[in-house]
Design a protein around this ligand. Structure first.
Ligand code: ATP
Length: 234
């Protein structure tokens, strides 16, 4: 298996005539928790969507575990091992927690099933009969992550998982991300907040106007005043 779980090379992506990504280069090493750091509109969501095949890549390549998936539809990229949790959590409001997880279930290597997910997230087990629509924002975020896990990804993309959540809930999400890594998943998450990023990630890439400016260990990037002041939200 490749040492690089996800590699984006020379990615150009557009919304209509407006270019959003410019020759973007990003490597996510296997086993890492990598954070894509940048301000509003820097291109974080677009980068994750391009990886997942949700935004067309006009030039450049996307490799998942060394396999070229450039131009493939999202379901195939999902089968190649990428899981995606969008910024707008999407739980099925009329289904129970249990049923939400069933919808995400897929047989295959990885071996995730509801019981294993409930073991990992005991808080969800306690509300398995509750409707998705009755959950708090943090609970919905956790359920969305758990449902994505049911598809047996090797690498998980999380788009701003802490956004709009209260500090105590953000702590829970951080713990969830750490748990995923402990279970052997590679994680790429996008984030605006350097403090949260430094808390969960081991590597960082800073994005600005659709380009990666700097990439490296999170400790170095979080400590770099020039990068922080110019491109990040403290
Ligand atoms: P945010 O934190 O606001 O989600 P982001 O870093 O994820 O920011 P993107 O959402 O990737 O940034 O946006 C990158 C650029 O693409 C921005 O200039 C944005 O205005 C533009 N953009 C994003 N989505 C669309 C769209 N559906 N149509 C047109 N332009 C878009």
């Amino acid at each position: 298996m490749s040492e690089i779980a996800l590699r984006l090379s020379g990615i150009d992506a557009f919304y209509g005539a407006a270019q959003a990504l410019f020759g973007l280069e990003l490597d996510v090493p296997r086993g890492s928790i990598t954070v894509l750091l940048g301000r509003n509109g820097a291109g974080k969501s677009t980068t994750l969507k391009a990886a997942m095949g949700l935004v067309a890549v006009r030039s450049g390549t996307v490799q998942v575990d060394g396999a070229d998936v450039t131009g493939a539809p999202p379901y195939r990229i999902s089968r190649a091992g990428l899981g995606y949790v969008p910024e707008t959590r999407r739980v099925f409001a009329d289904l129970t927690v249990d049923e939400n997880l069933m919808v995400g279930e897929r047989a295959g290597p990885g071996g995730w099933n509801r019981e294993r997910v409930f073991d990992l997230f005991p808080a969800l087990a306690g509300m398995r009969d509750r409707l998705g629509g009755q959950l708090s924002g943090g609970e919905q975020q956790m359920l969305t992550i758990a449902r994505t896990l049911m598809g047996n990804p090797r690498t998980m993309l999380l788009d701003e998982p802490s956004e709009g959540l209260a500090p105590v809930v953000v702590e829970q999400i951080a713990a969830t991300v750490t748990t995923l890594a402990r279970e052997g998943l590679t994680v790429l998450l996008s984030e605006q907040n350097v403090r949260f990023a430094a808390h969960v990630a081991d590597r960082a890439a800073v994005i600005e106007r659709g380009r990666i400016l700097v990439e490296g260990p999170i400790a170095e990037i979080a400590a770099d005043d020039a990068v922080r002041d110019a491109y990040l939200t403290p």
